[in-house]
Ligand binder design. Structure first.
Ligand SMILES: [Zn+2]
Length: 94
């Protein structure tokens, strides 16, 4: 399980990007920490780079199949920062 020391740097999200399961070796769409739903292994992956492939991460593939990856902690992309700032400005009446 991913851990942290200061929750000031994390915020809850209901973004659908956390719901999707990505196949092994897929190009990372969102930078962040990904988790294998089968064995709970976690990896960091950067947008535009491949997620670990079936030869990079091995649980018992004969039983569980090739690894897949689910985003569990995502970075805030530039366009999201703009949206968050506009929401904050509206809430603060700025
Ligand atoms: Zn696994």
């Amino acid at each position: 399980m991913a851990s942290y020391t200061d929750d000031e740097f994390l915020t809850p999200s209901s973004s659908p990007r956390f719901d999707k399961i990505y196949r092994a070796g897929a190009i990372t769409r969102y930078s962040g920490i990904y988790r294998c739903p089968v064995c709970s292994t976690e990896v960091a992956s950067i947008k535009g780079h491949p997620l670990p492939g079936k030869d990079d991460h091995r649980h018992n593939n004969a039983i569980f199949g090739a690894p897949r990856w689910q985003l569990i902690v995502g970075t805030v992309e530039a366009e999201e920062k703009t949206t968050l700032l506009s929401v904050l400005r509206r809430r603060l009446g700025l």
